[in-house]
Design a protein around this ligand. Structure first.
Ligand code: SF4
Length: 160
């Protein structure tokens, strides 16, 4: 049976980003989609946030600290958007568990999807080592999380 992969919707050309845009088209991802491998999700939209929406950052940039209640996610307007972000992360986890998915390709640097870096919560464009809240939850569940600059690694992992 073909291995499925969870993919951020904005990497598939869907205009679901906070600014109402997509994050490009990625040929390999579209090829996987044509093969029926892709399960697409935007955690923030699934969590109940509108598009467009104000940008948001994790205070301290560590999604795992959001999961433990030690950090919050704040929009540029000052609103606390932690709850919809957590709802989106839980929806992603439920989806990978329901579909038996062990690999995800998620958008780099997002407060939901980023797998290695995140903005630090100061809205100064400062990225630090960390991860989004969905990426953190999926990693804790044992999912291998890649980003759009790591497609060859994701492909190699899927082909194992
Ligand atoms: S990075 Fe993740 S949460 Fe943000 S628009 Fe893309 S899919 Fe949605």
């Amino acid at each position: 049976m073909i291995a499925k992969v969870l993919v951020s919707r904005c990497l598939l050309g869907d205009r679901v980003r906070y600014d109402g845009q997509a994050s490009g088209h990625w040929d390999l991802l579209l090829a996987w989609q044509a093969q029926g491998r892709v399960v697409a999700l935007c955690p923030e939209v699934t969590g109940g946030l509108p598009t467009p929406r104000p940008p948001a950052e994790i205070v301290g940039g560590q999604g795992r600290r959001v999961l433990t209640g030690e950090a919050r996610i704040i929009a540029s307007t000052g609103s606390d958007v932690t709850d919809p972000f957590l709802a989106g992360a839980r929806a992603a986890l439920a989806l990978v568990q329901a579909e038996g998915i062990g690999v995800a390709v998620l958008k780099a640097n997002s407060p939901s999807c980023g797998n290695e870096q995140a903005y630090d919560g100061t809205f100064t464009g400062t990225r630090i080592a960390g991860e989004g809240v969905t990426a953190a939850l999926l990693k804790q569940a044992g999912v291998r999380v890649f980003n759009e600059t790591q497609l060859a690694e994701a492909q190699a992992y899927l082909d194992l």
